[in-house]
Design a protein around this ligand. Sequence first.
Ligand code: DX5
Ligand code: ZN
Length: 221
Amino acid sequence: MRGMLSPSVMCADLLNLFDEIKKLDNLGVEYLHIDFMDNKFVPNITFDTNMIKSFKKPMKNIKRDIHIMAFEPEQYFDKMEIGEGDMVSVHFEACDDPHKVLADIKSRGADPCIAISPDTPVEVVNDFLDEVYAVLLMTVYPGFAGQPMAPKSMERLSQLKEIVDKSGKDVLIEVDGHVSWEHCGQMRQNGADIFVAGSSSVYGKDYPLDEAVAKFYELVK
Ligand code: DX5
Ligand code: ZN
């Protein structure tokens, strides 16, 4: 299976979001990465739940990849209209009972994913491989676009791949943060399946969007 792309919409042209989503949909991109931040778990705010709900309107084939950087993420699921086709990541560090939250996502017909920040040992995912669609490995400290890669991210990715392979479970690996032109090929080799592309690649202004998407798929095939 080819590497899948999830462009980070917080890095897109925020004054033309409808067109941005249509463009990505028409380019056959698998996911739209939508960051939700509560200004508590991370010191930043991006889109509100209403916006995240409305992102579904222009979508034909592209799917929502919702990354919830918030404490008690389950409180937002209704307002975001989480459902069939959505991939939803919640942070291990932000949930009192991650198992309960992941089960809630699954009960809505969406694909549950556990996200881990750079200081969280990769081994924690062992507890969740039976109940997740994917693991979201943060390769920057969550909260802002445009950051450098967190230390040891590449080694952590290989370690995570080893853990998933050893488990025999069919769990995907998503990488998020500084997924740059320079690093995405190596990330693919180290085990990444889904790539959150933001300011350091697809939204980096080096190429028009369609060329950037084609180049990215070439690098992660
Ligand atoms: C950071 C967000 C990422 C970010 C990626 O907390 O989760 O999605 O927007 O952007 P770059 O590629 O600039 O790190
Ligand atoms: Zn994200």
